[in-house]
Write a protein that binds this ligand. Sequence first.
Ligand code: C2E
Ligand code: CA
Ligand code: CA
Length: 683
Amino acid sequence: MAAFRYFPPNLCSKYMWTKQQFWQTLILVSVAISIACGILLALEYGYLVLLVSVPIAVVGLSVKYLFGRTLTESKSRAELLGRHVEELSHYIADQERMGKVLQKSEEQFRSSFDNASIGMALVAPSGKAFKVNRSLCDILGFDTEQLLTIPFHDMLNENDREIFALNLGKLLSHKETSCQMEMSVNGFADKLIWLMASISVVHDGTNGTSHFIFQLQDITDRKRAEARLIHDALHDALTGLPNRVLFLDRLNVAFKRAKRHFESNFAVLYFDFDRFKLVNDSFGHLVGDKLLVSIADRLRSILRSSDTVARLGGDEFVMLVEEISEVGDATVFVDRVREEMSKPFDLDGQLIYITVSTGIAGWSRKYERPEYLLRDADTALYQAKRLGRDRYEIFDEQMHHKALQSLQLANDLHRALEQSEMRVYYQPIVLLESGDLVGFEALIRWQHSIRGLVSPAEFIPHAEETGLIIPLGEWILRESCRQLKAWQLRSDEYSNLWISVNVSSKQFLNTDMVSLVADVLEKTGLSPICLKLEITESAMIENLDHVINVMNDLKKLGVQLSIDDFGTGYSSLSNLHSLPLSSLKIDRAFVNQMNEGGESGEIVRTIITLAQSLGLAIIAEGVETSDQKTQLQGLHCQFGQGYYFARPLDVDGIEELMSNSIKDLHASYPLPQTTPVTTANVD
Ligand code: C2E
Ligand code: CA
Ligand code: CA
């Protein structure tokens, strides 16, 4: 291309070449003529003439030769020039075409800039826009003039400024040519707007930046939807409190901080509301839900900004209490929670009182993982529940040890069932008036290979927790019915004896009790009237509707039903009335305290009066003294069971009793206080 600069474009190379060719031909002709003339003259005037004509010819030929060379050079130069001129004209045509294209694309850019549906801005390196489109005004709610005066940076939210400046810096330094980022800006009236920004840089051709092109898309709706999704994933839908995931996240942060800073300390408080299920069962789930929302509100109200309260599910709440100096400080929060919860909840005019049990686990360096604190707070809560609810317990190593032990026990129980280590013991029940043996209560025992006989008080709660109570309960029902039938068949004397079998609420809830009982009766041939099922008052109350249905079906089979441990639960009279019961068992705690003549005597009297008015038979359990027996007799209590008559005995013990001394049981009645009729002591 540079060659064109040395050759003016108006040079006519073809013409020049023809002119030179003409002169060359003329010289050649002149030389030829002068040679011919020279020869003629030499012939005419002698060879001296050659002295003149030869140099002339030589000169002429030299001129021709030189002229010819110049002519060849000119010719090739002329050809080169011709090519250059051709290229030049192509170039000029290209330039013209490009100019038109440029003009067109500039118009197109302007039009698409103005009419783009996304916001666009041309922004000077200073950060101020010098051109914005309509859409951007619509998105941000400002008019063009405003947008041209407010530097873009100033509209950005504090959090996004740094990364924005960083990104522009990269573009200015030519490290990148474009970038993308999400950012939030304050639009008109400080409205929060989320934008997806694509920023490209335009260079000015001298290694500097001419301007930026901002393409800005409103993504506020998407961001809101995203934020809602994240919120929902981390919060409980009912109460709006953080859920387990968020709680564990905060716990994790507190845990790491405490690991780093020696003086940092925190505790996890695990709350469970006592007998919450009763609220659901009595007032319905809607009221239960309202109560949970109110509980959440009260928990929130006592929270400091540094703490977190979360709902883990059901009526279980946890609190992360930070900035404490020792775990004991956390009890202040528990007291506050208990105080808040002690005020009645007014739900649609219904006043509800509720108590709370709490487990506390304090941070210590021994913890390897944050979730272990939650686990230990749960263990402490379990302990608080066991020790009577409406209280708190602080986790200690002993509790951990106990928890491990109970895990071990649960494993052992599995094995015990498989290896037939369970035994049934039978405790006689007598007619108080005559001392006649009327039946037995079947009581389970565990013949442990190492520990010997293990009391049910120790393993029944575990069996209930683990669900093992279901196979265990089925086994004792089958075994005791089979045994009673065998005894009944020995003598007519025993044909009316009954067997009382304890049934756990889990069995009522999770199995088809009716089919099971029907099957047992069919297989053993035991008359239904001889089977009495005992269900505790508390178990009944917690699942009242379901229990009533099952009880009605069992009643239809002809089986007798009894409430166990009566007086320890919260049965209302109306409940009692609606149950298809045949008897009540007075809890031994009341019977035991009768001698002292105090309140308990009164309670027993009231229970007996109540049972009589409902037409129910009464069995007093835990009768240990002759005095208790006499008092009960005076109150017209029909049946008694207790160490005074006999302790629970194994099959051999009962058979011995029956063969030798069933009459002794009558004859020895009333027995002296100091010599209860027992053959084996198993408790
Ligand atoms: P429970 O149903 O109230 O059984 C009566 C308990 O009182 C028995 O304790 C019995 O040994 C004890 N007892 C009887 N007379 C006296 C007395 O004069 N003084 C004292 N201090 N105690 C007396 P046991 O056998 O240790 O059973 C404890 C509890 O374990 C039972 O209380 C019952 O709730 C549960 N249990 C026992 N066997 C079974 C079973 O097969 N299934 C279920 N679900 N629970 C069972
Ligand atoms: Ca019982
Ligand atoms: Ca009982």
